[in-house]
Design a protein around this ligand. Structure first.
Ligand SMILES: C[S@@+](CC[C@H](N)C(=O)[O-])C[C@H]1O[C@@H](n2cnc3c(N)ncnc32)[C@H](O)[C@@H]1O
Length: 196
């Protein structure tokens, strides 16, 4: 059987990725929007570091009144899809998608009230640099939601899980970074690091 290379700049791979992940990504958007609402959050500036095709951000923009979101990623086909999906909608003004490396953010320090980063830590070449960049752009009283796949026995079914970090490895990475103190949690699929 032909093996497909994981290349987010390949249009065919990107299309398959969107199809496979759209529902779960939208669900994450609803979960996070609920969390932000419970924290009394509105009118704030949000960064999604590694936004992919932007479905999570589109849900958050619809659900959280007056927030401004910028999603950044390096994949042109995913950014194109993200921009197209909000064109001519009432969230277009508050939700922007731009090309930028999560390991070299072009924002000033203390810019964002909230930073999200989902399924990113195991996929970038320099995760600690990415985490330090997130810390730099997050305001001192900002909220942070990092979520990534957790390596487990489920890796026998899914190569993405096989190549992810275990919870202990994730803890070690975060301790080595400049990120502020936060709390870890895990579920069957994910590990989470949150400051809120
Ligand atoms: C597994 S996807 C996760 C996307 C999105 N967060 C989600 O949950 O659907 C990984 C994403 O990281 C992006 N990516 C990989 N390296 C990157 C980098 N250095 N800077 C920005 N984006 C990067 C890829 O283009 C891809 O969209």
């Amino acid at each position: 059987m032909k093996k497909h290379k994981k290349d987010f700049n390949d249009k065919n791979f990107a299309e398959r990725y969107i199809k496979k992940h759209k529902k779960i990504t939208e669900k994450l958007g609803y979960d996070y929007a609920k969390k932000l609402a419970s924290l009394g959050f509105e009118k704030k500036k949000i960064l999604d570091a590694g936004c992919g095709f932007g479905a999570m951000d589109a849900v958050i923009a619809k659900e959280v009144p007056e927030c401004e979101i910028i999603g950044i990623d390096l994949s042109e086909p995913l950014l194109e899809y993200a921009n197209y999906s909000v064109r001519d909608t009432d969230i277009e003004e508050r939700l922007k998608f731009k090309k930028c490396d999560v390991q070299k953010l072009y924002f000033e320090e203390n810019t964002f009230d909230v930073v999200f980063s989902t399924s990113m830590v195991h996929g970038v070449s320099k995760p600690i640099i990415m985490l330090n960049e997130i810390e730099r752009v997050l305001k001192p009283d900002g909220y942070l939601f990092i979520k990534d796949l957790r390596r487990s026995w489920l890796g026998i079914f899914e190569s993405e899980i096989k190549s992810a970090f275990s919870l202990d490895e994730a803890k070690k990475l975060i301790e080595q970074s400049e990120l502020r103190k936060g709390t870890f949690s895990k579920s069957v699929l994910w590990w989470n690091f949150e400051v809120c």
